[in-house]
Ligand binder design. Structure first.
Ligand SMILES: Nc1ncnc2c1ncn2[C@@H]1O[C@H](COP(=O)(O)OP(=O)(O)OP(=O)(O)O)[C@@H](O)[C@H]1O
Length: 344
């Protein structure tokens, strides 16, 4: 089998579990006013996948992404569950150990990467600082510079020009691509991107999608990205994980979710609500109501008050996240009953 990551570090075979999220709960604050931005989420990301974390605003996508890197902003904290990377728990890691993992194995491109650079240093200087801080990645900084220039070519930028530029000399789309190149500098196995296309115009969105596909193919890097744009998901992702009010409600392959395999009514409603080629010829149906306030959740299934299929059990009992025999996870009383009946 092909192995991911080109460095001398440990590798994980394509298709094998790389990052495993197990019953993870992340809370902001304590006591009656606290909210659980992520609650009891379990999800496996296999090496070589492009996994999209999807859901409406405030569903906990970014918090889940931050928890993979151990960077949930205070007062947020992981209060239950764990994340494992290559089978080892990251939960008990010291700051120094996590710092080693970040960048070198797990990298992130933050939402609004446009402002990620130091305005008074050239991009080249900033890359030199990263290389100096990580001699374990490139013993010879010149080799590191050459690799960065190679990455700039992959993101369709001119290496010499970018190396000498200050961020103020780059357009938004160029900054996003430089941020992607910087995230790949230390040859991480996983790159997590928070809303990689959101702030871009349509042409730059197209370019970034094509570049990410290309990087995935040429570098073999595993990609996790957060978005609320389902058209981008349909085009880029190989796996889709849909969150609703802090819970994972469905996860499956892109073919399942966008084909005939999706089973959660929220996912059905989300896809029905997008005016795009995905709904060519169909009427777009907005989802009525809104995501509940996480501090005042309804009893039972959080989607029940908006769900066209809701039954009494849905408002009484939180549904379990149940997997069929090929790793398609769904948390819905009604959908999972149909699964039991079919014996799948
Ligand atoms: N720094 C914070 N302090 C307090 N609560 C927070 C903080 N960050 C997030 N939350 C809580 O977590 C919830 C989920 O936020 P998160 O940013 O993870 O959602 P999201 O799905 O990524 O939303 P968006 O698409 O708007 O970025 C928020 O609605 C809020 O209640």
């Amino acid at each position: 089998m092909t192995a991911v990551s080109q460095s001398s570090r440990a590798t994980t075979a394509v298709g094998e579990p790389l990052l495993e999220i197990k019953n993870l709960t992340v809370a902001f604050g304590e006591g009656p006013g606290s909210v659980r931005a992520v609650e009891d989420v379990s999800l496996t990301v296999n090496a070589g996948e492009i996994c999209a974390l999807v859901g409406e605003s405030g569903c906990g996508k970014s918090t889940l992404a931050y928890s993979l890197l151990g960077i949930v902003p205070p007062p947020g904290q992981v209060i239950a569950g764990e994340v494992t990377f290559r089978g080892e728990s990251t939960t008990g890691l010291s700051t120094a150990e996590f710092n080693k993992l970040r960048g070198a194995e797990l990298a992130m491109v933050f939402q609004g990467a446009m402002n990620a650079f130091n305005p008074v240093l050239t991009i080249g200087k900033q890359v030199e600082h990263i290389l100096q801080a990580h001699p374990e990645s490139f013993a010879d900084p010149q080799e590191g510079r050459q690799y960065f220039e190679h990455l700039l070519e992959l993101v369709q930028l001119q290496p010499e020009r970018i190396w000498k530029s200050y961020e103020s000399q780059l357009s938004g789309g160029m900054k996003q691509r430089v941020a992607i190149a910087v995230s790949l500098l230390l040859k991480p196995s996983v790159v997590i991107l928070d809303e990689p296309t959101t702030a871009l115009d349509v042409l730059n969105q197209r370019l970034v999608i094509d570049i990410l596909k290309d990087l995935h193919r040429t570098l073999g890097v595993t990609i996790i990205f957060v978005t609320h744009d389902l058209a981008v998901v349909a085009e880029l992702a190989t796996r889709v994980a849909v969150m609703y009010a802090g819970r994972l409600v469905e996860s499956g392959t892109t073919e399942e979710i966008f084909g005939n395999g999706r089973r959660h009514p929220y996912v059905e409603a989300l896809i029905g609500a997008i005016p795009s080629v995905l709904n060519a010829g169909l009427r777009v149906k907005p989802i009525g109501g809104s995501v509940p306030n996480l501090a005042k959740l309804p009893p039972g299934c959080r989607f029940a008050p908006r769900c066209p299929l809701a039954e009494p059990v849905c408002s009484a009992q939180e549904p379990d996240l149940i997997s069929d025999d090929h790793d398609h996870l769904v948390a819905c009383h009604v959908a999972n009953r149909a699964l039991e009946v079919s014996g799948a």
